[in-house]
Design a protein around this ligand. Structure first.
Ligand code: BUP
Length: 457
């Protein structure tokens, strides 16, 4: 690598939904001949994170890995019981310790890209070091529009109504606002509003999205006053290092099972790495999958953190239901290779919570989505799914966990997503646009080159 290559330090937030796009960004940077230093906390919250990091490390020996030692942290001093949010807060409180760490990295850094919940504490760090300061916003551009506008809502600049009018984008229904933002003094609300007010101090915001998926929001962000430049660098492509090695050889391997299913016949059901579904809803989901008459591959989770998943699958789902389910589908309670699943020809539909990575992967593989947002940014992302033609959203189901959705309804919605030809075709159009965005001369490449030029200055 040349002595004067751009050198970027990356500090991801805790959680697979944040780590995965950061590591895909690292891969993209390396492919553009940049030097990368990856800063991570010594321990991770979930096992999936530490396993992914070790696969990444063996694939990229040239990437410099730096441990970030956190200060002791008393979780009772933060208003949250979510282990991932508590880790984010712990990193925030230790941010100043990064000044000597970053200044000792050699060759000197061109820019520092960190997680989206670290803005307030990282700005003084990058200011002290005269270092360019960026975030990787690991959600949609529509969510960023909302995020950057929210401080004015919190200040009471808008009137009470059923929708939020945000300049340049279609109105956001108030029912799509992340529920924790409405909980006074929640850690989520505190970080969200505190950081939202500091955005103008950033040199830029990187988003895993692309023009054809989110033209309206990307355009609106360009025109909004007081915001740093937004770089739409997506779609981030799934990478080789993410592949699970043991998966193919395992008799129960989802991929092996998928190989035996007809083309476009299977619904994949997964609500991401951080959604713990209530037991009663799990039973209704199982019932719905049976009622739909479709084949399915279902990933079940009952805990927010994977290391706490101790109970056997049969007990969680119920033995009788489990026996019925085995005739038509595969149910697992382990980490699966979602990219390989979505890429499999037998997959036709995806019942998804609409975590942004899942949406972006569905777009990349052209798999139609049945959106069932569970929390956080997911309703705002579901709006993108619906508007882009990538899928449909059963709005009357509300937030997952808010009300019990009956098996009957789930079955009907599954049948609809699998049998609606127009939906299948529009999802394939999104795939085509995604592939175009990353092709030579596409929007991803143009924006990436623009960013690297900034870092060379
Ligand atoms: Br579960 C699971 N295998 O078994 P999202 C997830 N994934 O590869 P989340 C697997 O994790 P946030 C599994 O492909 C995606 O890249 C999946 O990210 C992968 O949702 C990622 O979709 C999940 O953004 O994160 O986990 O809820 O809350 O940050 O949105």
């Amino acid at each position: 690598m040349c002595e004067h290559a751009v050198h970027v330090a990356l500090l991801p937030n805790a959680g697979m939904g944040h780590l995965i796009p950061f590591l895909r960004l690292a891969d993209l940077l390396v492919r553009h001949s940049c030097r990368v230093t990856l800063i991570t906390t010594k321990s991770t919250v979930s096992l999936a994170e530490s396993e992914l990091l070790s696969r990444f490390e063996s694939s990229f020996p040239q990437i410099n890995r730096v441990d970030f030692d956190l200060l002791p942290f008393d979780p009772t001093t933060a208003n949250s019981n979510d282990p991932f949010w508590l880790r984010w807060e712990s990193v925030r409180r230790s941010a100043h310790l990064l000044i000597p760490v970053l200044s000792s990295i050699s060759p000197p850094l061109s820019a520092f890209v960190y997680g989206m919940t670290l803005i307030s504490p990282m700005i003084p760090v990058t200011e002290a070091l005269c270092l360019q300061s960026y975030i990787l916003f690991t959600s949609s551009a529509r969510m960023f529009s909302f995020y950057s506008y929210f401080p004015s809502v919190a200040d009471g600049a808008t009137s009470a109504s059923d929708v939020l009018e945000i300049p340049g984008i279609s109105p956001v229904p108030t029912t799509s606002i992340p529920p924790l933002l409405l909980v006074p003094n929640s850690l989520f609300a505190k970080i969200f509003t505190e950081d939202g007010r500091k955005l103008r101090k950033l040199n830029g915001v990187l988003v895993n999205t692309f023009e054809e998926l989110e033209a309206e929001s990307i355009e609106a962000l360009k025109l909004r006053d007081g915001l740093p430049p937004v770089f739409a660098l997506g779609p981030f492509m799934p990478c080789e290092f993410e592949k699970l090695k043991s998966n193919d050889g395992d008799a129960d391997s989802p991929l092996k099972w998928l190989n035996g299913q007809p083309q476009d016949s299977v619904v994949y059901v997964c609500f991401g790495s951080r959604t713990a579904m209530k037991r009663e809803q799990i039973r209704e989901m199982g019932d719905g999958l049976l009622k739909s008459g479709c084949r399915f591959l279902w990933v079940v989770k009952v805990k927010i953190v994977d290391s706490e998943e101790e109970e056997e699958l049969e007990k969680v789902v119920g033995e009788e239901l489990m026996n019925g389910l085995k005739e038509k589908g595969l149910v697992v309670k382990t980490w699966v290779d979602q990219k390989a699943i979505l890429d499999h020809p037998s997959i036709g539909g995806f019942v998804s919570h609409c975590g942004w990575n899942s949406v972006s992967e569905a777009a990349w593989y052209g798999v139609r989505v049945l959106a069932w947002p569970q929390h956080g940014d997911q309703k705002i992302n579901a709006e993108v799914v619906e508007r882009s033609g990538l899928g449909m959203w059963q709005k009357d189901w509300g937030w997952g966990g808010e009300q019990m959705v009956k098996g009957e309804e789930i079955g009907k919605a599954n049948k609809k997503i699998m049998s609606t030809e127009s939906l299948k075709n529009s999802a394939l159009c999104v795939k085509e646009a995604a592939r175009k965005a990353v092709s030579v001369g596409g929007s991803c490449e143009i924006n990436f080159e623009r960013l690297i030029e900034e870092w060379k200055d």
